[in-house]
Design a protein around this ligand. Structure first.
Ligand code: GLY
Length: 312
């Protein structure tokens, strides 16, 4: 007989892992806290983990602080190309999109993908699918913020060849990446993971990182737990960071699993990333080997969300 206690809802949210400067730290922490409140209201009121993760991420996409939705970074051709995914831990189903720029909330399109026969749609095919599903087309320029126009202009004036591993570790490369993501468990014990990103600044057109790739950027399995990643996507892809973290949940708590996965990536390929982890018993963990990570969590035993940097 399974003597585990009934599932307790929990939510973990991140807003990127990189050398977030002091001037942007508060906005990142405030944005993560508000997003937790949005997602937590759904879990608290017996909503599903999938709905909570989707709403949390949509909120972060609408906050221009983060590199997702409004405020996404520009590629080297001056365009936004966004990636997003949602994974349902009940049946390992995934809805994912890549290289989209005509929807306001890519995570909403990823949710539509969950109800389709495919896992990953890209570019114009993904846009046509969006219109079929009734999503409103937006002008890509409506997602571009001045901060990113200036950043690309500065990059084009003085192109820098920076090792991406270094970029995530040091402040000089202004803004490597503020990908957003969330993992949740609901009262039914159902688990979900999701992520959304504009990718890395001045990336090649057509570049896709870890965020929409199951096993790399996200993983959710009701039998174990969930993880969502942020950071240097190429490194996360090469080690399959999210699935690595969840696989450690067989023998370790969520916090240890997060650290083990980051350490393995670091020692094997010197990747730079952060990961959030949730186990099926509702234990929470996160780890990163970048200077900072915007991250927070909430469960039923807490009176308010805890965000990295809050007094304990
Ligand atoms: N981690 C997000 C990306 O590299 O695109």
């Amino acid at each position: 007989m399974d003597k585990r206690r009934p599932p307790r809802p929990a939510l973990v949210v991140h807003g990127g892992a990189w050398a977030i400067p002091d001037t942007e730290w508060k906005a990142h922490r405030d944005g993560v806290r508000q997003a937790i409140e949005v997602g937590w209201a759904i879990l608290r009121d017996n909503g599903s983990a999938l709905d909570a993760v989707q709403a949390t991420i949509a909120h972060l996409e609408d906050d221009p602080t983060f590199d997702a939705g409004l405020g996404s970074v520009l590629n080297r051709e001056g365009r936004i190309e966004m990636d997003a995914a949602l994974m349902d831990g009940r049946d390992l189903d995934v809805g994912a999109v890549a290289c989209v720029n005509r929807v306001k909330n890519p995570i909403r399109l990823a949710r539509e993908g969950l109800k389709s026969e495919h896992v990953l749609l890209v570019g114009d095919g993904a846009h046509r699918f969006a219109w079929e599903r009734g999503l409103e087309p937006v002008d890509p320029s409506s997602l571009v913020v001045e901060r990113e126009r200036l950043r690309l202009a500065a990059h084009q004036e003085a192109p820098r060849s920076v090792d991406p591993r270094e970029a995530f570790g040091h402040p000089p490369l202004d803004r490597p990446n503020g990908t957003v993501g969330a993992v949740a468990i609901d009262r039914g014990g159902n688990i979900a993971a999701g992520g959304s990103t504009g990718g890395t600044p001045a990336k090649r057109a057509g570049r896709v990182g870890d965020t929409p790739i199951p096993g790399a950027g996200l993983w959710a399995d009701n039998r174990a737990g969930a993880a969502a990643c942020t950071g240097w996507g190429e490194g996360i892809l090469r080690v399959g960071l999210a699935r690595t973290a969840v696989s450690h949940l067989r023998d370790a708590a969520a916090q240890d699993s997060a650290w083990l996965a980051i350490r393995e990536m670091d020692s094997r390929i010197q990747g730079r990333a952060g990961v959030i982890v949730l186990s099926r018993d509702g234990s929470i963990g996160y780890a990163f080997n970048t200077p900072r990570m915007a991250v927070g969590y909430m469960d039923e035993e807490m009176a308010a969300p805890q965000v990295n940097g809050d007094p304990r």
